[in-house]
Design a binder for this molecule. Structure first.
Ligand SMILES: NC(=O)c1ccc[n+]([C@@H]2O[C@H](COP(=O)([O-])OP(=O)(O)OC[C@H]3O[C@@H](n4cnc5c(N)ncnc54)[C@H](O)[C@@H]3O)[C@@H](O)[C@H]2O)c1
Length: 365
């Protein structure tokens, strides 16, 4: 199996799927690896470093897709990439299929195998923590007066009112957000639907500025905050919201929503995905930050974690073939989107009203 690593073409996306350290492990094991020229440049890696790791440098995306069968990437496929896809390709990248029906059509039409990397992490993607950290950091910045925020500081300087923040959802992303907010001394209330997760988070962050509450309390509290950081994994089929458009009128006029979850029409009704080049917009006067590839802003760090997290699955797919690899690892199997023109991904089938074959049944057929 030849591994292909294309350069990401999504705007402001500097991550690369495999760093030289992991490429070297592959090539040492006799695997051929094709890397598109400059694929790692924004992650601080040159073509020469990939060459030293044993990879072949290809001049363009077409030669990577044309020469490889296992394509390892970071982001979903953009339309410009669809013509490069082939039936015998195995695609391993963050696909977000439930949110991107056009992409699912393209993958099914090709009859190829696609595995969503975002579903394959046993302990959550290392990039999720980074998204929480950077998303909280950006939210804090927008609290400053030149951006129309409350003009409050991190802590009660000379007795002044400090920034008060809410983090909704205390999973991988939420914990990243807490790390940044609490390290600056900001007063935070963390909300979650799970009392178990609240309990664990309180144990981990035993901090005088931090408390937790059940999400049912958030509706009454939302008007208290200068900054609301949304980190909930919102089920795609839900059509209610934690913050509706009408609720925006109940927030402080200077409040900032950093919607890291970034589910359009999800927990935050007025969320729409933005890009780094134009990261914010206002709805009902409230500033929303909703960048959908936050870790792409810190590619040097993000690629290091992502590359390690994907490597074990890449190695297993090479050693066992993708089907056996899925049978051996439930997390990899969870990410199977489609193969041979058959959809297996449960959430995508539910959200898009498509037929599917259960993954286990498909793998054992
Ligand atoms: N914008 C970006 O660049 C970016 C990057 C990474 C992840 N994300 C998104 O961030 C989101 C969170 O990811 P994660 O890995 O932290 O998920 P996770 O499953 O680890 O955490 C989600 C948390 O939300 C809680 N929760 C679920 N439903 C809730 C509800 N109704 N009310 C309150 N809490 C609720 C869960 O108990 C859990 O603690 C996902 O939607 C993911 O796609 C975005």
């Amino acid at each position: 199996m030849i591994v292909g690593i294309p350069k990401e073409i999504k705007p402001q996306e500097g991550r690369v799927a495999q760093m030289p350290e992991q490429v070297k492990q592959l090539t040492d094991a006799g695997v051929k690896v094709l890397v598109e020229t400059n694929a790692g440049i924004l992650s601080g890696v040159t073509d020469e470093e990939y060459k030293a790791a044993g990879a072949e440098i290809m001049p363009d995306a077409a030669s990577v897709y044309g020469g490889a069968t296992l394509i390892v990437k970071v982001k979903e496929f953009l339309e410009a990439e669809y013509p490069l896809l082939r039936e015998d390709h195995i695609l391993f990248t963050n696909i977000h299929p439930a949110a991107l029906p056009g992409q699912v059509d393209a993958l099914l039409e090709k009859g190829l195998t696609a595995i969503a990397a975002e579903d394959c992490h046993e302990f959550g993607s290392p990039n999720c923590a980074l998204a929480g950290e950077v998303g909280a950091f950006e939210g804090i910045r927008y609290c400053f007066a030149p951006h129309g925020g409350s003009g409050r500081h991190f802590y009660g300087h000379y007795g002044s009112q400090p920034i008060k923040a809410a983090v909704i959802g205390l999973g991988n992303v939420g914990r990243g957000a807490l790390r940044v907010l609490l390290s600056l001394g900001i007063e935070v209330v963390g909300y979650d639907i799970s009392d178990g997760i609240r309990y664990r988070t309180e144990q981990d962050w035993d901090h005088s500025n931090f408390s937790t509450a059940h999400i049912d309390d958030f509706n009454a509290d939302m008007g208290d905050y200068d900054l609301i950081v949304n980190c909930v994994l919102w089920p795609k089929h839900r059509d209610d919201h934690l913050i509706s458009r009408a609720d925006l009128k109940r927030l402080k006029p200077t409040a900032v929503i950093s919607d890291i979850s970034c589910d359009p029409g999800g927990a935050v009704e007025t969320c729409r995905a933005t890009k780094w080049e134009d990261p914010t917009y206002r709805e009902e006067g409230i500033l929303h930050f909703c960048v959908d590839n936050i870790p792409g802003s810190v590619p040097v760090a993000a690629s290091a974690g992502y590359s390690r997290a994907l490597y074990i699955h890449i190695k297993s797919m090479i050693e066992n073939g993708w089907k056996e690899a899925c049978k051996k690892n439930a997390y990899l199997a969870r990410g199977l989107v489609c193969a041979e023109g058959t959809l297996t991904h449960a959430e995508t089938a539910r959200v898009q009203g498509r037929d599917r074959v259960e993954t286990e049944k498909f793998l054992n057929s």
